[in-house]
Ligand binder design. Structure first.
Ligand code: PFF
Length: 463
């Protein structure tokens, strides 16, 4: 397919912001603190940072170069670059992963919509006034997610919002919204970090996040950190590969990957710096609270930080939840785009029709995930409800596996001249560390990820 037939991102900054828009989302603000809390804190953070640097950035460059060189959606990209081989299944697995992630991600994104509505209606301030211990927020969350109606309504609403942006097209929808709102989100996070650092549990929270206890690191922690790095950077399923197919030929792939990795990691660490001081300041919260952690901690932060000045508490919480919705939206758009681009280009459907199929499918699966917190609680697979199962299968199995195969493909299968040509824009820009990059793709990523998998499956226990 020729470049001219596909839409393009208009500017270089648009490329960085749209990719960062995909990367920054609930993965940073909801899932990262949740995983960090469940996996012991600082030691997890260190392993996570290592995964971002050693695996995340190189694999992101690999996804970029595969997408831009093929000018195609992730599944077709492998068909074009390695015709007649099973590699196209890597692309297909990515599409499936995107579909599954979108289904449960939109459930959590729906929760953020409800929290926005509550914040706008000033209900959190009223709740806080009725119960200064903050216990009321814990009860509110538990009641809300178990409700059979509202979370489903918000899930549908969120999917509809995503759907509308998708059918409006790539440039108008994705690029314009990312350009304005990402920097605002960043600023609010900075303010919140300062607020949470002045809370009574700040020292304990910082210690939890920054003082590593390596006795807590086992294969489960490493797999969780790796999965979180892939999830947070939108890697392992060809999402950024699909985005890169819209990149212009003069975009600097390595620099873009570094910028996106840096922005994404900063947002995650800031979320940690906001959440953990709060967790250690609120009696009813523990770091292992799981998916509820952020949703219970946040209203507490706003009260603790601005409770004395209700107008500020109101304004900050409304702004924050609105931006969280937007950050989630830029991520759901990118997930939706992967599946829509695949369906419309592979089966020659109009974008609108493909998008309708994706939205409807995600709504069905999303309902299942949402209800698994309440009425379907008893139905479990391997001890997990549907929501946790979707999260485990995608983030801890499909994304690391996808990342491993993408690295292997770029390192071993793809013609080295193509790789070099893409990262240097046909020799017009320098790429220091090309040999190291290739070494990571060929050996470090496939072997490293493979070992973690084998260990997780318990295979080393037999040795
Ligand atoms: N990276 C997104 C986040 O951190 O919220 C989630 C995500 C988007 C994962 C796109 C995977 C993906 F392809």
């Amino acid at each position: 397919m020729k470049t001219g037939e596909r839409a393009n991102f208009g500017s270089k900054i648009g490329i960085v912001l749209a990719s960062a828009g995909s990367a920054v989302g609930l993965g940073n603000i909801w899932r990262f603190p949740c995983e960090t809390g469940e996996n012991g804190g600082a030691a997890f953070l260190l392993v996570y940072l290592l995964c971002v640097l050693v695996l995340g950035v190189p694999i992101m460059i690999a996804e970029f170069l595969i997408g831009r060189h093929s000018h195609a959606n992730t599944a077709s990209a492998y068909k074009i670059l390695s015709p007649g081989t099973p590699w196209r299944w890597v692309g297909r697995m990515g599409v499936l992963a995107g579909f599954l992630i979108l289904s449960y991600y939109a459930v959590v994104a729906g929760w953020t919509l409800d929290y926005t509505v509550q914040a706008v209606a000033n209900r959190f301030n009223v709740m806080a006034a009725s119960d200064p211990t903050g216990q009321v927020f814990t009860e509110y969350f538990a009641r809300f997610v178990a409700d059979p109606w509202w979370p489903v309504v918000y899930l549908a609403l969120f999917l509809l919002m995503t759907h509308l942006v998708i059918v409006k097209g790539v440039e108008k929808g994705i690029e314009r919204s990312s350009k304005i709102l990402m920097p605002v989100l960043f600023l609010i996070l900075v303010v919140l970090v300062f607020c949470s650092l002045s809370m009574p549990g700040a020292a304990a929270g910082m210690e939890f996040l920054l003082k590593p206890d390596f006795s807590k690191v086992d294969s489960r922690v490493v797999l969780s950190a790796m999965g979180q790095a892939f999830f947070s950077m939108s890697l392992g399923m060809g999402c950024l590969c699909t985005y890169a197919s819209y990149f212009r030929s003069d975009a600097n792939l390595a620099k873009t990957a570094l910028s996106v990795g840096l922005i994404d990691t900063c947002v995650a660490v800031m979320a940690g710096l906001i959440i953990f001081p709060t967790v250690f300041s609120v009696a009813s919260l523990t770091p292992e609270a799981g998916p509820s952690l952020v949703f219970i901690a946040l209203p507490n932060i706003f009260q603790a930080a601005f409770g004395g000045v209700p107008v500020l508490a109101y304004l900050f919480s409304v702004m924050f939840y609105v931006l969280l919705v937007v950050a989630s939206l830029t991520s759901t758009i990118s997930l939706h785009e992967v599946v829509t681009a695949y369906l419309s280009e592979t089966y020659h459907l109009s974008r609108a029709k493909a998008a309708r199929l994706v939205t409807a499918g995600c709504l069905v699966l999303g309902c299942l995930c949402s209800l698994s917190m309440g009425v379907f609680k008893e139905y479990t697979v391997f001890g997990m409800n549907f929501f946790d199962l979707f999260d485990y299968v995608t983030a801890k199995l499909m994304l690391p596996l996808g990342g491993m195969l993408i690295a292997f493909f770029a390192g071993w299968v793809l013609d080295r001249r193509i790789v070099w040509g893409e990262v240097t824009n046909e020799g017009s820009i320098r790429f220091r560390g090309f040999q190291l990059f290739i070494f990571i793709l060929k050996f470090v990523a496939p072997v490293g990820i493979g070992l973690v998998f084998l260990n997780e499956l318990g295979l080393f226990r037999w040795l």
